[in-house]
Design a protein around this ligand. Structure first.
Ligand SMILES: Cc1cc2nc3c(=O)[nH]c(=O)nc-3n(C[C@H](O)[C@H](O)[C@H](O)COP(=O)(O)OP(=O)(O)OC[C@H]3O[C@@H](n4cnc5c(N)ncnc54)[C@H](O)[C@@H]3O)c2cc1C
Length: 438
């Protein structure tokens, strides 16, 4: 059976079918108060905050705005820390761990109200997010984690038994689950477009196809050399996350790209979808291959993502692997064809936590390590408030750190080749054995 429908266009994100991009500016001013490099969620949110605080701001992107992860992601909305409170407290101290937990809830509420205030139509839904436990040990860990999230995070989080999970998703695969009822879903490209429009409606200059290629320190400013001319910026916000390049060697050694892949099925019958996922939640797995899946906003398709590999592999290979994982969960999809497969870079840090900080005149927010629909706009704003010395700039994410390793000099993270083999041949098999024994 062919994997794809005849009209499939591998590489093109499903989300791009629904949006029309506005005409952008084409002149880079000679001087600017604040230059934002990168026009994803981080950069556009930063630019809006800067404008609203009275700064003159320009945003540049090396390609089309949003061409990075911000129009390629799964559209799952939520921000609780991946690491448990204990691990965070051990690493950063109890106060910071508390802050990281509470800020995740605050950030989610803020993103929702910002979408409402800017009247962004992005298919926002309060679906809840269900994390599905593949092994009993992972289910036990979820029980501890759920108690911590409820106690420290100020966001509701419930444990679901195997039977309760069975009412949400029709598969025998999972031992139980953890539900974040107030997490949600959106259309990522419509969200990006809404932020872009909000920026342009304010008169903010946004330039595409304008890569920053060099920063030169001047006395009172930084000269930014781009392929479309030079500008002198009093401050810079760097918002390049998983697409950070050689122009920014310090950052490139600390935030490295890890690809994530997604597939979209062809439109499926309504009753089949209702049967497969009656809970209509955003769903993620506890397995190391980290499958995540959802129903498309129009209710017609399954979108299924995961780390088909921790390194770049061909799209057809990725689509084959993701489809196999999907059919293992839902054998009823064994005949379903795909219309889309695409990939994008998540920006990982060695500590698996994002960070907001400053190096000279460069302020930055990055390293969302697989999440980011909530934290990227939230921390982009924080980076700007910090750059301008404004109230509201405080964030627990300034206490995390961007660290590097002696073996990583930037560029392609070759150490991920070994990690990939380890996960595929050791961790995945260990999880499968534990799953089958139970
Ligand atoms: C496939 C996939 C699925 C995901 N799913 C989810 C999800 O369901 N939920 C969730 O919370 N998160 C998810 N994420 C993560 C989330 O999408 C990101 O964390 C978030 O979009 C980061 O936003 P950003 O603005 O920081 O970076 P990006 O959107 O990646 O933007 C960075 C921008 O910087 C530009 N740039 C780079 N270098 C330069 C330069 N030299 N000059 C000018 N511009 C430059 C790039 O062109 C790019 O547009 C997913 C990511 C991927 C890839």
């Amino acid at each position: 059976m062919s994997l794809f429908t005849p009209e499939a266009d591998p590489g093109r994100p499903y989300w791009w079918d629904d949006v029309h991009w506005p005409e952008l500016d084409d002149t880079l001013p000679d001087a600017v108060d604040l230059l934002v490099i990168g026009a994803g969620y981080t950069g556009l949110s930063a630019a809006i905050a800067a404008h609203d605080a009275g700064a003159q701001v320009v945003v540049i992107d090396s390609g089309e705005p949003g061409q990075g992860a911000s129009t390629r992601n799964g559209g799952m909305l939520g921000a609780h820390p991946r690491l448990g409170w204990d691990a965070l407290a051990k690493r950063y101290g109890e106060k910071t761990a508390d802050g990281l937990f509470t800020e995740a809830g605050e950030a989610l509420s803020w993103v929702r109200s910002m979408i409402a205030a800017e009247t962004i139509e992005c298919d926002l839904e309060e679906t809840g997010r269900l994390q599905l436990a593949y092994t009993s040990a992972q289910y036990e860990t979820q029980k501890r984690m759920a108690a911590q999230v409820s106690e420290k995070g100020g966001v509701p989080c419930h444990i679901l038994s195997r039977d309760e999970v069975g009412k949400e998703i029709t598969t025998p695969l999972y031992k139980g689950g953890m539900l974040f009822p107030n997490h949600g879903a959106l259309h990522p490209a419509k969200f990006l477009l809404g932020l872009l429009r909000a920026a342009m409606d304010r008169g903010i200059t946004v330039l595409g196809h304008c890569p920053a290629i060099k920063l030169v320190d001047l006395k009172e400013s930084v000269q930014v050399v781009t392929l479309r001319g030079k500008t002198a910026a009093r401050k810079i916000v760097l918002a390049t996350n998983g697409y950070t390049g050689v122009q920014f060697p310090w950052f490139m050694r600390r935030v490295f790209p890890v690809p994530s892949f997604l597939i979209a099925t062809e439109p499926l019958p309504n009753d089949l979808i209702a049967d497969l996922a009656p809970g209509r939640r955003m769903m993620v797995e506890t397995r190391a291959q980290h499958s995540y899946f959802r129903i498309s906003p129009d209710g017609a398709r399954i979108l299924f993502g995961g780390r088909a590999a921790l390194v770049n592999i061909g799209l057809v290979k990725a689509a084959t692997q993701l489809r196999e994982s999907m059919v293992r969960i839902w054998p009823a999809l064994s005949e379903a064809k795909l219309t889309h497969v695409w990939t994008g870079n998540t920006g990982y840090t060695f500590g698996h936590m994002p960070h907001v900080g400053q190096r000279g005149r460069v302020h930055y927010a990055m390293g969302y390590s697989g999440g980011g629909t909530v934290l990227a706009p939230w921390l982009g704003r924080k980076a700007v408030l910090d750059a301008l010395g404004m109230p509201g700039r405080e964030t627990a994410f300034s206490a995390t750190q961007l660290t590097s390793r002696w073996y990583y000099k930037g560029g392609r993270p070759t150490f991920m080749d070994a990690a990939n083999l380890w996960y595929r041949h050791v961790v995945d098999r260990r999880e499968d054995r534990a799953h089958q024994r139970e």
